[in-house]
Write a protein that binds this ligand. Structure first.
Ligand code: SF4
Length: 224
């Protein structure tokens, strides 16, 4: 496991659970709005997993969950074993993923309790956001795999609304797609561009009228 950082406490990253977050190093995507771009390159020799486990042992009974985030956790070949070791300490396991590796996702879903799945845009338009050809094909396979586990795993589908690349028409297509797949709820996250030494830029969310139109298709929650 290549671990870049551990956040000791979060109330936001695993719904309903007091959690710690493990940030893994490396992501195959290059989203323009990425807040963790330092986690994109594949680097080795960062925080040893034994150190993470030692910390988590001190939090047994104090935290409820541990979230594997990134970067893209599915890039870690030993993710399954790491999850099992953390789960054996008694924590519920959350996973943040953009679904870049369907085979890895399938491998870990048997030991994960909750998934926050980043649906970047329509699967056809993924490259516009991720800058990686065919990324939508992998993400679609991961989405389909996740749905196969819907009876045993809780999940959240969320989309960061980068209005430079996602139109209202795209959002409506996603809403209809999710509805067709019996997904009950969809989180729309405001896109915030962060640059060093500059003020954050908040990209616009859909208008109230557009959100109302989306809500006629699926239960939409706005996260700012
Ligand atoms: S998938 Fe996430 S970590 Fe990877 S580049 Fe996109 S926003 Fe950053």
């Amino acid at each position: 496991m290549e671990i870049a950082a551990i956040q000791h406490f979060s109330l936001l990253d695993y719904p309903g659970k007091i959690s710690a977050i493990i940030f893994t190093q490396g992501c195959p995507f290059r989203c323009a709005y990425c807040h963790n771009s330092e986690l994109q390159p594949v680097l080795t020799g960062r925080i040893p997993f034994t150190e993470v486990l030692a910390f988590l042992q001190t939090r047994v009974g104090l935290l409820e969950g541990v979230v594997f985030s990134g970067g893209e956790p599915l890039m870690q070949q030993d993710l399954y074993n790491a999850i099992v070791q953390v789960k054996n300490l008694g924590f519920d396991i959350g996973l943040h993923t953009s679904g870049a590796s369907p085979s890895q996702l399938k491998k870990v879903l048997s030991v994960v309790d909750w998934v926050g799945f980043d649906m970047k845009t329509t699967f056809e338009n993924y490259e516009a956001i991720t800058k990686v050809p065919n990324s939508g094909t992998f993400a679609k396979k991961s989405f389909d795999t996740l749905l196969q586990y819907r009876d045993t795993i809780n999940f959240e589908i969320r989309t960061t609304v980068d209005s430079r690349y996602i139109s209202f028409n795209d959002l409506m297509q996603i809403a209809n797609f999710l509805k067709e797949n019996d997904v009950d709820e969809w989180i729309l996250q405001q896109c915030i561009l962060r640059h060093e030494a500059q003020e954050d830029v908040y990209l616009p969310l859909p208008s109230d009228a557009e959100i109302d139109a989306l809500k006629k298709v699926i239960d939409v929650k706005i996260r700012t």
